[in-house]
Design a protein around this ligand. Structure first.
Ligand code: SF4
Length: 103
């Protein structure tokens, strides 16, 4: 993730890391935890997830789930984010539209 992207997304990133800590400390509400878990489960099935990241070196077609390694019309690039924090940022969206907008 480049510095400009980090700056533009700083509130989402900060919110995600705070909520990750709240979840680890048992302070997140049951509804929040359920949504965070659902997001985690979706990412775990996603073919462009690599370890704990949404791979910015891959593009996914949101309907066919086909994956390519170069930019093609209709394919969405991985965001490069650290997923365990992003999934816990209430305002964050999956770049391919698989989750987000629940809150
Ligand atoms: S954020 Fe979306 S595109 Fe990225 S790994 Fe998760 S489900 Fe896949």
């Amino acid at each position: 993730m480049d510095l400009k992207k980090i700056y533009n997304n700083r509130n989402e990133i900060i919110n995600g890391h705070i909520n990750e800590l709240k979840t680890m400390a048992g302070l997140a509400s049951k509804t929040e935890k359920n949504i965070f878990t659902l997001r985690e489960n979706i990412c775990n099935e996603c073919p462009i997830k690599v370890n704990n990241s949404c791979d910015a070196g891959r593009w996914i077609h949101p309907k066919t789930l086909d994956v390519v390694t170069t930019s093609i019309d209709g394919y969405i690039r991985g965001c490069g984010c650290r997923l365990s924090a992003k999934q816990k940022s209430k305002d964050s969206l999956c770049p391919a539209g698989f989750w987000g907008g629940e809150f």
